[in-house]
Design a protein around this ligand. Structure first.
Ligand code: ADP
Ligand code: MG
Length: 507
């Protein structure tokens, strides 16, 4: 931005010029826009910039100092307006000395046609309605429809009828039932026998390694065996989010919508807690849920906790997840653990005497994944050393490998370590001060909390003095990108991580 532009601006000449050259002055607008982007670009991580800022175009400026911006679709427009427009306008004000406004329009031109014959709607029309705040949905639960409506007439790439992503190991036959998982396993079987009719949605929850994913895949396999034409979609909630974001980014929302809302006959989603606090994805999942549910399609979801305990999850979504059956899986009791070990030993041809099986089942009580891991370690060491598996051998192998269960690392312990490291007060980490000496440690503490404690973004925000989850997301992204060029920051993080993990292991 050169002197002459300031001059023109200050004396209102530019406005006159703008009026004369109506509708817009694109060259000046283009310049201030590009200058501003060049200035804010280093402040965002590359991915964020590419994803949310770069696709926005500036096409001119009207005589009210209002920049005319164009976004390729409504989703991007809203995201940009909420998260980055302020930053850009601030920068423009700094550069030009004058406050500007902006009007972001959705570029109505349709994307290059993928299927010229299909009457595709414009990207703007295919995107979600503007996001409203998470308000409880007062709509009463609709009665499940008696029959499935006709599928969409749009020609779309079909979902392969062989479900994708299911592990061949996770069948009902290989799932050992016991008191701890009885309800979940019975409900899963009922869903496989009567999709969309008995328990819809089926919501399974429980701690890690207890068999939720196993049952979800088992339903997928069983349904496919019984009804090979059924279009079964299985994926993790994380993948759902990534596909959604990518569809929006590449103007392929039509395909996304068709796949999830129209074509799927059964949707199996793993670890739904992942989308808590991710507003857009929750919103999209909400629409997918409604579309499938209303069409009588089966939905099955797993999570690590009950719907109501997922912080950051919209209430209208948690209420829907409660509509069907909510079943828990608990850590298996001793008999179930023994049965699981026997089955695995038999399948993997591990020669393990009964007394060792019993001892192992007694030792590892946390979850099935650890139990299986311990058995495999035992078998591997025994075959490497070429010795039989005996109780003494078990004790020797598990001595180091199976530390007693520890409490999870907490956000508070991370805050304490970071505060000590940087000699700041914990209250400052939780406070609002933006001084670099405090904002840096705060960002790092948020980043490490996310990495080490497994707490969600909203939960971390809450523990940092009630900050918004987007603040935490931004802090994490920023630390991520700063690490590349800032050895000091990298070292601090490595030291803190070692210290925290080390101290935790000593407990
Ligand atoms: P989660 O999804 O709950 O974290 P997984 O379904 O991934 O757990 O289970 C972890 C491992 O334990 C898998 O290998 C799974 O096959 C096994 N497993 C869990 N529960 C059982 C069970 N009841 N019977 C047999 N294997 C089980
Ligand atoms: Mg799982």
């Amino acid at each position: 931005m050169g002197f002459s532009d300031h001059f023109l601006n200050d004396y209102g000449i530019l406005q006159t010029l703008n009026r004369l050259t109506k509708p817009v002055d694109s060259s000046y607008a283009d310049r201030i826009w590009r200058d501003a982007l060049a200035a804010i670009r280093p402040r965002l991580d590359a991915h964020t910039y590419e994803m949310w800022v770069r696709p926005i175009q500036c096409v001119g400026l009207d005589d009210e100092r209002c920049l005319q911006l164009r976004a390729p679709n409504r989703f991007l427009k809203e995201w940009f307006e909420t998260h980055y427009l302020g930053l850009v306008l601030e920068q423009i004000e700094t550069d030009t000395g004058v406050a500007h406004r902006a009007d972001v329009a959705v570029d109505e031109r349709p994307p290059p046609p993928v299927e010229p014959s299909s009457p595709a709607a414009s990207p703007a029309e295919t995107l979600d309605p503007p996001k409203t705040t998470a308000t409880p949905d007062p709509a009463p639960r609709p009665a499940p429809p008696a029959s499935t409506p006709a599928p969409s007439p749009r020609p779309r790439p079909p979902i392969p009828t062989k479900p994708q992503g299911l592990s061949p190991r996770y069948h009902f036959d290989s799932f050992i039932r016991g008191a701890s998982n009885e309800l979940a396993a019975s409900a899963a079987l009922a869903v496989a026998d009567h999709p969309g009719q008995r328990f819809n949605p089926l919501f399974l929850y429980g701690g890690v390694g207890l068999g939720k994913t196993h049952l979800l895949h088992a339903v997928g396999h069983a349904l496919h065996e019984q009804q090979p034409d059924l279009r079964i979609v299985y994926l993790s909630a994380e993948r759902f989010m990534n596909e959604f974001v990518s569809a929006v980014r590449h103007n392929q929302f039509d395909e996304f919508r068709a796949k999830y809302r129209e074509q799927a006959d059964c949707l199996l989603i793993d670890d739904i807690q992942f989308i808590a606090g991710r507003d857009r994805t929750m919103d999209e999942f909400f629409h997918v849920f409604n579309a499938l549910y209303e069409a009588g399609k089966q939905i099955m979801v797993t999570a690590d906790r009950v719907p109501a305990s997922m912080q950051g999850m919209e209430e209208r979504l948690t209420s829907r997840l409660n509509w069907g059956l909510v079943a828990d899986i608990k850590p298996p009791d001793l008999e179930t653990r023994i049965a699981i070990l026997r089955q695995r030993a038999e399948r993997d041809q591990i020669d393990i005497p009964n007394d060792v099986t019993f001892r192992l089942a007694e030792r590892v009580q946390t979850n099935v994944r650890e139990l299986e891991g311990a058995l495999l370690r035992l078998a591997t060491f025994a075959s490497l050393r070429n010795v039989p598996i005996t109780p003494a051998f078990l004790d020797e192998v598990l001595q180091h490998a199976a530390p007693p269960q520890r409490a999870a690392m907490t956000v508070e312990s991370v805050q304490k370590a970071v505060a000590n490291h940087f000699a700041v007060r914990i209250a400052d980490l939780k406070g609002q001060r933006r001084h670099r000496g405090i904002s840096r440690p705060r960002m790092i503490a948020m980043y490490l909390s996310r990495e080490l404690t497994g707490a969600s973004f909203p939960e971390i925000g809450l523990r940092f003095g009630g900050k918004d989850h987007s603040t935490v997301i931004n802090a994490c992204r920023r630390v991520q990108s700063l690490q590349a060029d800032d050895p000091e920051l990298r070292t601090a993080i490595v030291q803190l991580r070692d210290q925290l993990v080390g101290a935790h292991a000593m407990q």
